[in-house]
Ligand binder design. Structure first.
Ligand SMILES: *Cc1c(COP(=O)(O)O)cnc(C)c1O
Length: 484
């Protein structure tokens, strides 16, 4: 048996490199990371690809050890290069963010020390830091100390959990689901629909409340619809407002909707996944007046705080309601029941074992200070105005309404072209092939429209100006094709 153990240990120890091998691995990784960061403004925003990438599916996973250089080559050439470059300041699609270097360092420390942030008993400091981050966001919203929440993997899971909390709070039973009504904008994020589906409430009635010309919920229409539903024996249950719609960046009238939610006694949820951190700015605070009156709010630090993907947050005005929706009992957890003075994430979310997400947020906040985030967000708002005005100055562009935050729409509309959808599709095709800048597109009333979303930490005036240079060049290319 001793021989056998020795043999097993010898191979098993490959999993735990000695100092020399650790240094080798670290050196390779750091070299790669430094090379990447040193040239970060030089990378394309989009790299076209073909399905040869899918040969990764046949990538052999074998018993023996691999070659470090080959491994990093695969990471770079097959994983990092193709597709959308989310670290680029020239990424203006979807909701950009960028990814802070300091946050990545926090994650590195987190993974090496591998503290268990699920329950206080295991790592009180990790739980305290996560709670601190949630409380900091609660203060930002304007909640009092009754608030609480948790750090999720992203906005989708946070919204799902809000729906479950609202369901439990209203004590809805399966038999009620088909009469329960949720009120929202047609521009609410699709993860709300998905949250209803996953939470077992796909039969709930979804009312798309009519929107004004800025794509914001019309609150009088909301009132009227609730009244009508009640008269028809339905169960008005939840209002979902969006603070910065993903598609168009519109902020619903949060304060007016709060009046209605209060009067009608409905759960009021605000999805501020994109817009929430603009509360750090005066302009954002003004535009989101009334947010503190919501029962629950979702924020996405991997958007407005520029953190790498994998962190969202749900903050609930009354933490007891969140806890009531997530209670659990398990005999093997009996050691963990200690007086903590705070809830543990496992008591407030669906996760038990979890990534310790607190450090990747806390470290950048402590290191750079809140003002760095505030000024960066103010900068993005100002850059958006700059870009919006500059596009309006071009005579061949049709530009959408003034942006509430940092998203607006436009399309190319030169004289003498009939099929504008085809023209703009062609513009997008050429922009992707060029790849220096990236914008995503959407569809509004059957019109093919470009979205301009400015939220990457690496977007500054230089990047906006570069966008206009690229646009001009690519437009000429498309026009040459049209006239060929
Ligand atoms: C991004 C976004 C979501 C989804 O969040 P993920 O972090 O991508 O899961 C939900 N709502 C809004 C308004 C968003 O912008």
């Amino acid at each position: 048996m001793e021989d056998k153990l020795r043999d097993l240990e010898k191979v098993a120890r490959r999993l735990e490199p000695d100092k020399e091998n650790r240094k080798k691995l670290e050196k390779k990784a750091i070299e790669y990371i430094d090379g990447y960061m040193d040239n970060i403004t030089g990378h394309k925003a989009f790299q076209t690809f073909d399905n040869s990438i899918n040969s990764l599916l046949d990538d052999p996973i074998v018993d023996g050890e691999g070659d470090l250089s080959e491994i990093f080559e695969t990471i770079n050439d097959r994983v990092v290069e193709p597709g959308l470059n989310l670290t680029s300041g020239l990424h203006f699609g979807y909701i950009p963010g960028g990814g802070l270097f300091s946050s990545a360092v926090g994650d590195y420390v987190t993974a090496i020390t591998n503290r268990y942030a699920g329950v206080y008993f295991s790592s009180p400091g990790a739980v305290a830091i996560e709670t601190r981050m949630v409380n900091w966001m609660a203060e930002l919203i304007g909640y009092t100390e009754t608030a609480g929440g948790f750090l999720s993997s992203g906005g989708s899971v946070a919204n799902l959990t809000a729906i479950v909390t609202a369901r439990e709070n209203a004590n809805l039973k399966a038999a009620d689901f088909s009469r329960a009504v949720v009120y929202l904008s047609e521009h609410a994020h699709h993860c709300v629909d998905r949250g209803l589906l996953i939470s077992g409430m796909k039969e709930a009635i979804k009312r798309n409340v009519p929107l004004d010309e800025h794509y914001r919920i019309i609150s009088s229409e909301l009132s009227a619809q609730i009244k009508k539903d009640r008269e028809n024996g339905l169960i008005p249950w939840m209002i979902v407002a969006t603070s910065g719609t993903t598609n168009l960046g519109a902020i619903d009238p949060l304060d007016d909707i709060a009046d209605i939610a209060k009067k009608e006694n409905l759960w009021y949820h605000i999805d501020a996944a994109y817009g929430g951190f603009f509360l750090l700015t005066d302009e954002g605070k003004k535009k989101m007046k009334g947010i503190e009156r919501a029962d629950s709010v979702v924020l996405d630090p991997h958007k407005g705080m520029f953190l790498p993907y994998g962190i969202g947050a749900l903050v609930v005005k009354d933490v007891e309601k969140l806890a009531a929706a997530h209670r659990y009992e398990a005999d093997y957890m009996q050691d963990t029941k200690v007086e903590a003075g705070m809830y543990s994430p496992a008591e407030l979310s669906p996760e038990l074992s979890k990534h310790f997400r607190g450090l990747r947020m806390w470290l950048p906040l402590k290191l750079h200070g809140v003002d760095a985030f505030r000024k960066a967000l103010e900068e993005k708002i100002l850059l958006t105005h700059y870009a919006w005005h500059k596009l309006n100055e071009l005579e061949d562009m049709e530009v959408g309404p003034t942006p509430d935050l940092t998203i607006f729409t436009f399309r190319w509309k030169p004289e003498g072209v009939d099929d504008l959808n085809k023209l703009n599709e062609s513009l997008q095709k050429h922009l992707l092939e060029d790849g220096r800048v990236f914008l995503s597109t959407t569809n509004i009333n059957h019109k093919f429209i470009f979205r301009f979303a400015i939220l990457s930490v690496r977007t500054h005036k230089r990047e906006i100006d570069l966008f206009f240079d690229v646009l001009k060049e690519v437009k000429n290319k498309v026009m040459a094709e049209v006239h060929a």
